[in-house]
Ligand binder design. Structure first.
Ligand code: NAG
Ligand code: NAG
Ligand code: NAG
Length: 502
């Protein structure tokens, strides 16, 4: 994309964020930076990953002194543009030591125009084009950290959105600094032993359903509740969250979101009474896996999963979860769960990975072994610091390549630009949770808003393309204001408009 076009996109997106900001629910939700359900104690994790917005763990080389001027004079500067992320304390800048050498990390926006400022770091959930620093400087890389749900900022699931960046750290294995296992502390977490089956049989006799559902974020792109509602017709499901609720948590303490925390042992004991947990991610993207998947495995329950289409690649063995999409209908899935519920031997095969040597997936073992960051591990850097060093190393390499080129221009070519790819946020077009697009009523807001988020397909695309073609810039902005209550629609229309102009 030409620089001018990028700038235009950003300016218009800036206008969009202004329109959208004054609008409605979905936008405000995206802006909070966390999936709403995380506010619910029963739907949180046993741990929080070292979220960019949460407490920051131990830095690779914690220092309390600011770099002295003469010491820092030639070092590349990495500027954290998104506020509140700077993983150092105290002060506004700090020298960091990385594999290839040193850089200065800073959150002082006054260094933006400095020739030493080589990279800007953005947080995906917070990325608002209206706040992006323009004009973009040719010598600076833009680095994106976006490990959270793609629904927080669906713009980044679009080609023109993700290609604004040069370096990425996302949940995708294809990103430059991949974080697919950000919710998995390690193999010991998976190996924790399961409660005896007799205990669970006793809970079943006391009226518990075989399946647990715990979801309080109901209106999401994966449209999960539509599927679960249908499944409930064929097999009992105990549902405790706000979505499809049919039971209350057993104690007032657990019900009170103010007292029970996400790591509450009482909650985990309670959840482990269930043999199967419905585990559906809020958005369907390759390698987007969260605590919804790993928590049941930790507790010795079998996840009934829909989420990352490539989830099999990461499983401890090839027989540890039930994939919803392997079944032709909710009824067939219910029959299978019922069969396992009644056959202990078959059920226990799903927990074989907890036995010594039971984790046979070498790809998983290698990925855990080779990642340099830890999950709630005070001895390892968190991925915020890790990504920062990755960017530092990249910039040092880029400077060296440039220098080599300048020294012998005939021999060594200009370094190639490095641009992020759609595979770094690999989210297929949202589909209804059950049935086909044609069967979804026009007025269905649960799903309808999200289908519009993907500009390359979708039932309304053709009409929108026509609409976009007819818009002048001025009209486009007015139109966006008019429809700003529908986040997906505005974004899509805008991107189509740029596609037309480009
Ligand atoms: C699963 O793993 C077992 C043992 O490693 C192997 O015998 C079996 O063929 C595998 N099944 C599939 C479907 O890959
Ligand atoms: C960064 O990405 C932009 C496209 O978004 C590209 O024009 C630019 O050349 C890239 N810069 C580097 C240093 O790779
Ligand atoms: C959608 O339209 C159908 C048919 O006109 C109607 O029965 C239904 O109540 C509407 N649903 C909503 C959420 O407005």
């Amino acid at each position: 994309m030409a620089a001018g076009c990028t700038a235009a996109l950003l300016i218009a997106l800036g206008v969009l964020s202004v329109c959208a900001g004054s609008g409605s629910g979905p936008v405000a939700e995206g802006a909070t930076g966390e999936e709403a359900e995380w506010a619910e104690p029963w739907d949180g994790a046993v741990f929080r990953p070292p979220s960019a917005l949460g407490a920051v763990g131990v830095a690779r080389s914690p220092r309390t002194q600011l770099p002295r001027k003469e010491e820092a004079v030639d070092l590349p500067v990495l500027l954290w543009w998104s506020p509140g992320l700077f993983p150092h304390f105290p002060g506004d800048s700090e020298r960091i030591e990385c594999a290839r050498g040193a850089c200065v990390a800073s959150q002082d926006r006054r260094v933006l125009g400095d020739s030493r400022t080589r990279a800007l770091l953005f947080y995906g959930t917070d990325f608002r084009a209206s706040e992006a620093p323009l004009p973009r400087l040719a010598h600076q890389s833009w680095a994106l950290l976006h490990e959270e749900s793609p629904l927080n900022n669906f713009l980044l699931s679009h080609g023109p959105g993700i290609r604004l960046f040069n370096l990425t750290a996302t949940f995708s294995r294809h990103s430059d600094y991949p974080l697919p296992l950000q919710w998995l502390p390690g193999t010991a977490y998976l190996r924790q032993s399961a409660p005896p089956l007799q205990e669970r049989a006793e809970w079943r006799r006391r009226g518990y359903a075989p399946l647990l559902y715990l979801q309080s974020h109901c209106d999401v792109p994966s449209d999960r509740d539509r599927y679960v509602r249908e499944l409930m017709r064929y097999i009992p499901v105990d549902s405790y969250g706000k979505c499809l609720q049919n039971r209350e948590l057993p104690t007032l303490r657990l019900q009170d979101t103010a007292t029970a925390t996400t790591e509450d042992p009482e909650l985990f004991t309670f959840l482990s009474r269930y043999k199967f947990h419905l585990a559906l991610e809020n958005a369907i993207c390759n390698d987007y896996m969260t605590e919804k998947l790993w928590r049941p495995m930790h507790l010795g329950a079998v996840p009934v999963y829909r989420g990352s289409p490539s989830v099999r690649d990461w499983m401890p063995n090839n027989h540890s979860i039930i994939l919803i999409d392997d079944f032709e209908s909710p009824q067939k899935l219910a029959e299978f769960i019922d069969f396992l519920d009644k056959n202990d031997e078959e059920y226990m095969k799903y927990l074989a990975y907890k036995q010594p040597g039971g984790i046979t997936n070498q790809f998983l073992l290698d990925s855990l072994k080779h990642r340099e960051w830890g999950v709630n591990d005070p001895l390892l850097p968190n991925y915020l610091n890790g990504f920062e060093c990755f960017v530092c190393d990249h910039e040092l390499a880029r400077l060296a390549a440039k220098k080599a080129h300048v020294a012998s221009p005939g021999v060594i070519p200009v370094p190639e630009p490095h641009i992020a790819q759609p595979s770094h946020m690999d989210c297929p077009v949202p589909k209804p949770g059950l049935g086909s697009v044609e069967e979804i009523p026009e007025n269905d807001s649960t799903y309808g808003d999200y289908i519009l988020m993907k500009p390359t397909q979708g039932p309304k695309l053709k009409r929108m393309r026509g609409e976009a073609r007819d818009l002048s810039h001025h009209k486009c902005v007015a139109k966006l204001k008019a429809v700003s209550q529908i986040w997906g629609y505005s974004q899509t229309l805008l991107l189509l408009w740029f596609e037309h102009k480009a």
